[in-house]
Design a protein around this ligand. Structure first.
Ligand SMILES: Cc1ncc(C[n+]2csc(CCO)c2C)c(N)n1
Length: 223
């Protein structure tokens, strides 16, 4: 069956990846509280690096938009990603007894670097629809994962606090807006560009799985 909307077409292309994320031991460990603290710390440290560059990718996306509401929306989300990095992350790092010096000393890991590089490359050199498709899994997968986790929260108060951020109604409204932009763009895309968008979406959805997996393993650079 042909998907009814562009966002549905994108989601269909990445659904097996999303299903794999839900059963990944990082996610099940957050939910039942068995995730080792060291893996969560790796995640928060890497996410601090990620959010700095994700924010810049959103600013590049904003610069490519033509509709001024969309310019304002992506620019606002770019500023918000920095605010999260400064607020929630600083607080969680404090609870983990880590500082911004530790974040800088750890540097960006192999998966973080690959994911950030891909985001930056597409948002800087691709079309506006390609940029939107590339940044979308970050929003959408976190909202869906947030909802699944929110249903049972976590016996660990630190993990419960993190879960509450992404399972919120505020995140729902943000993602709904981005999805309606995606569907608007999709209505007049040619087949070749549509296919490029599907590939970008699938690639960054894969990076989302790899990001959880790297944190679970505390993956170092191999050399
Ligand atoms: C690896 C990784 N992927 C997605 C998010 C979630 N996220 C980051 S910024 C944003 C909205 C725009 O400000 C959302 C939903 C994350 N934190 N880390």
């Amino acid at each position: 069956m042909t998907p009814s909307t562009f966002s549905q077409q994108l989601w269909d292309a990445a659904e097996p990846i999303y299903d794999a994320i839900l059963v990944h031991p990082f996610i099940t460990g957050l939910a039942d509280g068995t995730l080792p603290r060291e893996s969560f710390a790796y995640f928060i440290v890497q996410d601090s690096h990620y959010l700095r560059d994700y924010s810049r990718a959103l600013a590049l996306t904003a610069a490519r938009a033509h509709d001024e509401d969309e310019v304002a929306m992506f620019a606002d989300h770019a500023a918000n990603a920095i605010a999260v990095e400064r607020g929630l992350h600083a607080e969680l790092l404090g609870d983990l007894e880590l500082t911004s010096t530790d974040v800088d000393a750890a540097g960006s890991g192999p998966v973080t670097t690959a994911y950030m590089s891909y985001l930056t490359a597409v948002c800087a050199t691709g079309s506006y629809p390609e940029a939107v498709a590339t940044v979308l899994p970050c929003y959408w997968i976190y909202r869906q994962v947030g909802h699944v986790l929110e249903a049972g929260s976590s016996p660990d108060p630190l993990y419960a606090r993190w879960i509450a951020t992404y399972g919120s109604a505020e995140v729902d409204a943000i993602v709904d807006r981005v999805l309606s932009v995606t569907d608007r763009i999709g209505s007049d895309l040619g087949a070749a560009e549509r296919e490029r968008c599907v590939r970008h979406f699938r690639t960054t959805a894969r990076y989302e799985w790899m990001f959880w997996d790297a944190a679970y393993q505390r993956l170092p650079w191999p050399i």
